[in-house]
Design a protein. Structure first.
Length: 302
């Protein structure tokens, strides 16, 4: 993106930070709708105007898209262009930014976890999670990602539970598009820690083959010839999740396969997939998928 000097606003270093309002506490902000898909993914649709605020998300990354307005909105802590419909901002977790808002604007926020994005990058692009680091983006443009957000996601009925799975799949597509098209895949030149590719494959194959039973941490650490403590650290570095979380995701995928095969006996499915009972399965399924196994069965059958 080429910026013309006259379109750049220099940071207002002389303005007192005390005049800033937190985005979360902004009195002029209106949340028009919001939707939590899973623990790792959620959406919100906002409206705001004539405000001076700072943004800081200490829990998740934020991808923001201007839907309308924003022409006289800009950052005040760094040299900044002005916003406009179709412009994206990417605000990594823990990155603080300061903003001056002008006329009424509407925008959408996608909140996503760092581990979730790294797992997606590993699965789709085979990108080592240790190498991926999100940059800040201010007023980037990408027609493909904008079309997915504006014409597919923004236009859907967020309150219709029948759209839940479609929204989750679409959100993953948006994140993949972001990685592909918005200059996000700048990789670290060096990485530290993690399992060797051979050991990582060995351990994951072992969990894939034995998901139906209890797997002890000592078994996995033995395969890697590491202590349990160091194995957990190395596994998390290589896969952006703990061994327990990885095993749980394998089990949940097996549950989904059985439900899609029109097996409605959830008690049997729970036992076949390594859960102690149906309730145990249901808690983790809802956490990772966003709906209960029974709701998922109804959605896949409809």
């Amino acid at each position: 993106m080429t910026l013309i000097y006259s379109d750049i606003v220099q940071p207002l270093e002389t303005q007192a930070t005390s005049t800033l309002t937190s985005f979360d506490q902004s009195s002029s902000k209106i949340c028009l709708r919001q939707k939590s898909l899973t623990d790792a993914l959620s959406w919100a649709h906002y409206q705001n105007e004539h405000d001076r605020l700072y943004y800081l998300n200490e829990d998740q990354h934020t991808l923001s898209l201007y839907l309308t307005g924003g022409y006289d909105t800009h950052r005040t802590d760094v040299p900044s262009a002005f916003g406009a419909p179709g412009k994206f901002c990417l605000l990594p977790k823990d990155a603080k930014s300061e903003w001056q808002l002008g006329q009424t604007q509407q925008f959408m926020h996608l909140y996503f976890n760092d581990d979730y994005l790294k797992q997606l990058a590993l699965k789709v692009f085979d990108i080592d999670p240790r190498m991926l680091e999100l940059p800040e983006l201010n007023y980037a443009s990408d027609a493909a990602t904008e079309a997915l957000v504006r014409h597919c996601l923004a236009s859907s009925d967020w309150q219709d539970n029948h759209n839940h799975l479609a929204m989750e799949q679409l959100t993953n597509t948006i994140l993949v598009s972001m990685l592909q098209n918005m200059g996000v895949t700048k990789l670290k030149s060096t990485v530290k820690g993690g399992l060797s590719p051979k050991t990582a494959t060995l351990v994951c194959d072992y969990m894939q083959a034995n998901y139906h039973r209890q797997i002890y941490l000592s078994e996995l650490a033995g395969l890697s010839q590491l202590s349990e403590y160091h194995f957990c650290r190395m596994f998390k570095a290589s896969h952006a999740q703990t061994p327990q979380a990885y095993l749980m995701s394998v089990r949940i995928e097996q549950v989904k396969l059985r439900i899609r095969a029109n097996d409605s006996n959830l008690t049997n499915i729970a036992l076949q997939c390594g859960f102690s009972n149906q309730s145990h399965m249901g808690r983790y399924f809802k956490k990772l998928v966003g709906v209960s196994p029974k709701q998922y069965w109804g959605l896949t059958m409809s």
